[in-house]
Ligand binder design. Structure first.
Ligand code: MG
Length: 388
């Protein structure tokens, strides 16, 4: 009977994961839930699902949460609570939803405890891919990607095996500004950027989709998940979001995974793999879709993408630095402190200035993360001063 921890249970991936688990029936049970600050919704979830443990990131609401829970449910707080949930002996699968560097310690804990990690938190792979891979190997854990593109690659890889794969082609919807002229990009407001045409997601990932930084993160994620060179990864813009990604094998055969866009599919696959279980989703009608189009991304208008390839090529602490700088820059953009085009500029500047380590241990990764945040914060302040 699979027992699951859903970390980030009130976000869009978390809510979808609970929907999937509910539909999978009574043999799948939720043993732990975690949320950042939305304790009301998590208390509701816990009352229905009766997990053994709930974790709340924001310690100041833990008493309120406790008062709302039925007896017998343990409450833990903060990063330590997340690690506790990720390594709970009764849990065999950890769904790591939620965005940001905050997911890394939980990913590490799940890997060290030999769990199946259904990974939606791409930042942990971006920051610590190499290290996480070796911990997974050492402790007999496994990572099944939930990110739709990487789930597609993971599925396509079954047609030939990693060593016969020559190239990974990651598709990008292109975000809301795919055809916005470069001079208008600088004037994009947070409200406009928060309005994504295909996927409904949290604010950070929605902004990342608009700058294509999300694709940059996905290139780094793919580099580590599939142990493939950055130069064997390609990104193509595919606005219909039907082909979720493709793998080219050495005989030139290309295998794609397709479906209507719905995150429930990669979530369920990560939970039931290698089984495929029926889902009540709308089947893909290719004739109704009509045409599938592909084009090369415009790296001049979306320089963030190239930074992803750079970090994937450099390895070491480069992914952690890119990720940290982006978290700071996106926050500054949402607060109206910097412009849309400055997000990638700040990330690039941080990558140029922040000292890196080639084969980092976990401590090196956290110091690179902290140093990058500091540099990026200062750069945001400089931008603000210049615009006054
Ligand atoms: Mg994705």
């Amino acid at each position: 009977m699979p027992s699951i921890a859903v970390l980030g249970s009130t976000g869009s991936i978390g809510v979808n994961a609970l929907k999937v688990i509910d539909r999978l029936g009574p043999e799948y049970r939720v043993a732990a839930l975690a949320a950042g600050s939305n304790w009301c919704e998590m208390a509701e979830q816990a009352r229905k699902l009766r997990p053994e443990l709930v974790v709340i990131g924001d310690e100041s609401v833990s008493d309120a949460l406790r008062a709302r829970l039925p007896a017998g449910i343990e409450v833990a707080v903060g990063a330590e609570g997340l690690e506790l949930a990720a390594s709970l002996p009764v849990v065999d699968t950890v769904v790591l939803a939620g965005t940001g560097a905050i997911g890394l310690p939980a990913a590490m804990a799940a890997a060290r405890s030999g769990k199946r990690l259904a990974l939606a938190n791409k930042e942990s792979m971006v920051m610590a891919g190499s290290l996480l891979n070796s911990i997974v190997k050492q402790h007999g854990a496994e990572i099944i990607p939930v990110d739709s593109e990487h789930s597609a690659v993971f599925q396509a890889m079954h047609c030939g095996g990693r060593r016969q794969a020559r190239r990974i082609i990651i598709t990008a919807s292109g975000g809301p500004f795919l055809d916005t002229p470069v001079e208008k990009l600088a004037l994009v407001t947070p409200e406009q950027a928060l309005n994504h045409p295909t996927w409904s997601m949290g604010p950070k990932i929605t902004i990342d989709s608009a700058t294509l930084m999300n694709k940059a993160l996905e290139v780094i994620e793919a580099r580590w998940l599939f142990d493939i060179d950055a130069d064997s990864i390609e990104v193509v813009v595919h606005p219909q979001s039907i082909v979720h990604s493709l793998v080219e094998f050495r005989d030139t055969s290309v295998v794609a995974q397709m479906s209507l866009p719905d995150m429930q599919l990669p979530i369920q696959y990560a939970l039931t793999y290698p089984e495929r279980i029926e889902m009540p989703l709308e089947p893909l009608d290719l004739c109704k879709v009509g045409s599938l189009t592909f084009r090369r991304p415009d790296t001049e208008r979306f320089p963030a993408l190239e930074l992803g390839f750079r970090a994937a090529r450099e390895g070491g602490t480069s992914g952690a630095i890119l990720n940290a700088a982006d978290e700071i820059a996106v926050e500054a953009f949402i607060d109206g402190r910097i412009g849309f085009c400055q997000i990638a500029e700040i990330v690039e500047l941080t990558m140029d200035c922040c000292p890196g380590v080639a084969e980092p241990c976990i401590k090196d990764l956290y110091s690179a993360d902290a140093a990058a945040r500091k540099i990026a914060r200062e750069a945001c302040e400089q931008c603000m001063k210049q615009s006054l």
